[in-house]
Structures are given as structure tokens and as C-alpha cells.
Design a protein. Structure first.
Length: 371
């Protein structure tokens, strides 16, 4: 009897284990990048020039009836030094969506979510995750938001209003509902992060709401996304973005337009920009190119604009490993990030800095592998 019971328990244990799946994954990307400007230039070995270096673990458990439990824990790595990465911009790696992270060690600052999903109703996740507006930015950037060619719309948001820049990347405390993927080509998601400040603080400070509606069928994709981060000092930051792409086989042109708006008196401002680009298969790899332009105006900042031209090539050695090279030129026409002026576009071109009416040039070459 004891033997039969042990066999039965062992069988049940194996069945339960077979219904769960946990995997380790990551990206290691190291490249040489160089940037030159009339104020400062920089050369060096850096991480994540084609894809952000990362380490993650994810899992799924079958609960029966099509119901699944899911989790993801994913953190940034500086592969050039072997250390963890603290995102340098306020709001991009924080507990309250408004302040920067103080921890310089490895942390799950990219994604940390747990949730449930079902075949008929979609999924719900809670934790730190990408915002719907960033997912649109990423989908229509030929350079995938990395390296010298990264989307100027996203990069300028970090300086335009740092406390509300989560609109263009990730938010903490985020609850996201994603509709099932069988809606005749249509897709939708809605994300909400409640404010976690004390009751006597500014109303909803740090709270986030956003959503995305899209259509993807055959070679055509179209998306519209919106977001709002509550920031008392500026009356909140509102973002609206639209993107479209069409894959002709020999080339896939893409387009994005995005608009950020502040609402506080004395700081009423609008930052709007567009990107046109394309990807095309070439030999064993992919050719990438884009042109972007962003302009801003406000009560306390002189109007100006900045533009970027970028092109690059990724050569696939295998399904997981690739060599890459990219070039970018950013030209500034009186674009100021603050009332004090100055240009902070070195982030996109390897640390180079120019005057507000100058330009910066940069390139990167490297190797990336995934596991």
C-alpha cells in the first residue's frame, strides 16, 4: 500500500511539474561607439548598442481550462563592465514614477510582473512594465530604441520633462490589461498605475494612465497610443502617438508622429516630433534607416527644433548572434531642453555634446548574442 501511494504521489508531482515552465534568458551586446561635437567628444566600449544587454527569468504555469499564471523578472546589464545598470533619468527606474533609482547594483528594473492569462479574455499583469506609448515608439523605430540611431522622439522625452518621462518607457506599480489576439486583426491594451503618495500630497502625484489600440493584418500595422503622468509642478504630461508600417517584402517603410504636452501655467509647452524610416533585408542581414525631427515651444523656453539622420546594418551570423554598425547625425536648431539652454543629445551619439546651434555625429560597431 505504501509503495502504491508513493508511486501515485510521484506521478502527480511529475504531472504538476510538467504543467510549469521556467526559463532563463538574456542578451549580451558590446560595441565600440564614438561621438563628436563642438563642446565634447567621446569614444569607448559600451553595452547595448544594438539590443540592451539584459538578464531575465520568466515562467508560465498551466492552471487548467486555458487559464495560466505568468511572471517575468528582467534586469539591465552593463556587459562592458559586468555590473548592473541604474537608469540615469528620473522616472525611468523609480518606485514612484517621478524620481530616479538610487541603487547602482543589479535590479529587475526592466520588467517585474506577475499575472493571469486566458485564451478567450486576454491577460492582466501587475508590476513594473512597458507603457503602451513606449511600445508604439519601439514598434516603429528601425533601430529598436538602441545605439546611435535610437528614436529621437524617445530620447528627447527624458530631457523635456524628466519627472514624466515614463510615458516613453516604463512605469512602476502598473496594472495592464491586454485583449486577446483573435479580434480580427485588432488589438488593444490599457494600463493604470495608481499614485502612492500620502493623502496630503499633490493629487495623484506619479499616477499613470495609458492605452493603445492597433490593427495588424498581413503586411499592414497601425497603432494609436496615449498616456498621462500626473506631475504637480507641470500640470501633468500628456502624450499622444500614432504609427504605421507596411511590409512590401523588399522594404518595410514606417512612420510615427508623437506629441507631448505640459499644462502648468508658465510652463505650457508642446514637444512634437515625427519619424520616417525603413528596414530592408539585405544579404544575410537587415539594412536600417530613419529620419526624425522634434520641435518644442513653451512659455519659458525659446522655440527650436532638432533633427536626426541615421542608417545602419545588422549582419546575422546565426539566429542568435549578429554583427552591427550604425551612424547618426543630430543637428540642433535652437532646441533647448531647459530655459538655461544647452544640448543633451550626447545620449544618442556616444556622449558627444554640441551647442544649441551645432551638430553631433556618432557611430557604433559591435556584436550581440541572445540566449
Amino acid at each position: 500500500m505504501k509503495r502504491k501511494l508513493a508511486v501515485l504521489l510521484g506521478t502527480l508531482s511529475l504531472q504538476a511539474f510538467a504543467q510549469s515552465n521556467v526559463s532563463l534568458y538574456g542578451v549580451v551586446d558590446v560595441g565600440f561607439d564614438s561621438g563628436s561635437g563642438n563642446i565634447a567628444s567621446k569614444k569607448g566600449i559600451d553595452s547595448g548598442r544594438n539590443m540592451t544587454s539584459r538578464l531575465g527569468v520568466k515562467g508560465t504555469e498551466e492552471l487548467g481550462g486555458g487559464l495560466k499564471a505568468n511572471f517575468v523578472l528582467e534586469g539591465d546589464l552593463a556587459a562592458d563592465t559586468g555590473t548592473g545598470v541604474t537608469t540615469p533619468f528620473a522616472g525611468w527606474a523609480s518606485t514612484d514614477n517621478l524620481t530616479g533609482s538610487a541603487n547602482g547594483g543589479f535590479q529587475f528594473n526592466r520588467v517585474a510582473t506577475v499575472g493571469l492569462s486566458g485564451n478567450s479574455w486576454g491577460s492582466v499583469t501587475a508590476g513594473r512594465n512597458y507603457t503602451p506609448t513606449f511600445l508604439l515608439d519601439f514598434a516603429y523605430d528601425p533601430f529598436g530604441e538602441n545605439g546611435v540611431g535610437a528614436n529621437l522622439i524617445t530620447l528627447t522625452s527624458a530631457y523635456y520633462n524628466p519627472a514624466g518621462s515614463v510615458n516613453h518607457l516604463r512605469a512602476s506599480n502598473l496594472v495592464t490589461y491586454t485583449a486577446p489576439g483573435n479580434l480580427g486583426g485588432f488589438n488593444a491594451m490599457l494600463s493604470v498605475a495608481p499614485s502612492e503618495v500620502a493623502s496630503n500630497a499633490a493629487l495623484n502625484q506619479g499616477g499613470f494612465t495609458g492605452g493603445k489600440i492597433g490593427y495588424a493584418r498581413g503586411p499592414l500595422t497601425v497603432d494609436f497610443a496615449w498616456a498621462k503622468t500626473a506631475v504637480a509642478a507641470t500640470g501633468g504630461l500628456r502624450t499622444q502617438s500614432v504609427g504605421a508600417g507596411y511590409d512590401f517584402g523588399v522594404v518595410r517603410p514606417v512612420f510615427e508622429f508623437s506629441r507631448d504636452k505640459l499644462g502648468a501655467a508658465g510652463a505650457n509647452g508642446v514637444k512634437s516630433g515625427y519619424l520616417v524610416g525603413a528596414t530592408a533585408p539585405l544579404g544575410a542581414g537587415q539594412l536600417r534607416m530613419s529620419y526624425a525631427k522634434v520641435k518644442t515651444s513653451a512659455d519659458n523656453i525659446a522655440s527650436g527644433n532638432v533633427s536626426q539622420l541615421a542608417f545602419g546594418y545588422v549582419y546575422n551570423l546565426s539566429k542568435r548572434t549578429a554583427l552591427y554598425a550604425s551612424y547618426s547625425r543630430v543637428s540642433n536648431d535652437n532646441y533647448r531642453n531647459t530655459s538655461a539652454g544647452g544640448n543633451s543629445f550626447g545620449y544618442s551619439v556616444g556622449g558627444a555634446v554640441s551647442t544649441i546651434n551645432g551638430s553631433v555625429n556618432g557611430y557604433d560597431v559591435g556584436i550581440r548574442t541572445m540566449f
